[in-house]
Design a protein around this ligand. Structure first.
Ligand code: CTP
Ligand code: CA
Length: 221
């Protein structure tokens, strides 16, 4: 058979991806967020679609075009992201690239909080958001392959290894963000699996995406 007649490696597979930050409202004009451009997650979604997967991309607020062949669900908060992930199941694999805000403001104000209000400087009370990755990995509709991301500023491998165990993920893709990679176009990553750690050289985010998509296809084969 000619190569163009060979079936795509991920044909018939559904892959679920989260990407971007979440925004947690404080009032109608202010929010808590994580730093995330969404570029790496969107690149992974596109790479998986090119390998023939059906891709559902649950995206927080980002300024990026939807990759070709990808079904995109836009959300704003962590709780909306958790609901969208649940609604997209079942999936063969999940890649949780989103930088989910760990906390939300308890009881967001319905009106804009005014500086000249009677309360003086306001105090934010926080509530913990659901852990979307851990919920998925420990749930009864768990995809066969569950991959988490971990942006770390120190002890990158140790933190990623602990996260893998704590969350029940198959792989944790760790990247060192102690420099200024946030929003940049390259990533240096380490993949922590049950078999150990695989470190890749610094690569453009598109190259990381292509290589990771191929590795996912091999794992699902
Ligand atoms: N994640 C998630 N839901 C959350 C928090 C994190 O799904 N509420 C996912 C992220 O998408 C990522 C992985 O969990 O794939 C690791 O996120 P990270 O923020 O590094 O982990 P935390 O457990 O929140 O640890 P930390 O204290 O370092 O923020
Ligand atoms: Ca976190």
């Amino acid at each position: 058979l000619a190569a163009r007649d060979a079936p795509a490696p991920l044909a018939g597979k559904h892959v679920l991806i989260t990407a971007g930050p979440t925004h947690e409202p404080i009032d109608p004009v202010r929010y808590i967020a994580n730093r995330s451009s969404g570029k790496q997650g969107f690149a992974i979604a596109g790479a998986l679609a090119r390998l023939g997967a059906r891709v559902t991309l649950v995206a927080g607020p980002v300024a990026l075009p939807t990759p070709l062949g990808v079904t995109r669900v836009d959300v704003e908060t962590a709780r909306e992201m958790a609901a969208a992930v649940d609604a997209a199941l079942p999936a063969d694999a999940a890649v949780m690239v989103a930088a989910v805000a760990d906390w939300r403001a308890k009881g967001a104000a319905p009106q804009k909080i005014k500086k000249d209000g009677s309360g003086g400087t306001p105090t934010l009370r926080l509530a913990e958001n659901p852990d979307i990755l851990a919920t998925l990995a420990k749930g009864d509709r768990r995809p066969r392959l569950v991959i988490g991301f971990a942006a770390e500023t120190e002890q990158v491998i140790d933190h990623a290894t602990a996260k893998r165990a704590r969350k029940g993920a198959d792989w944790i893709v760790a990247n060192d963000v102690s420099g200024d990679v946030m929003g940049g176009d390259a990533n240096t990553i380490h993949i922590v699996t049950a078999d150990g750690v695989e470190s890749w050289e610094k690569l453009p985010k598109d190259a990381v995406a292509d290589r990771l998509a191929t590795r996912i296809a091999d794992a699902l084969d």
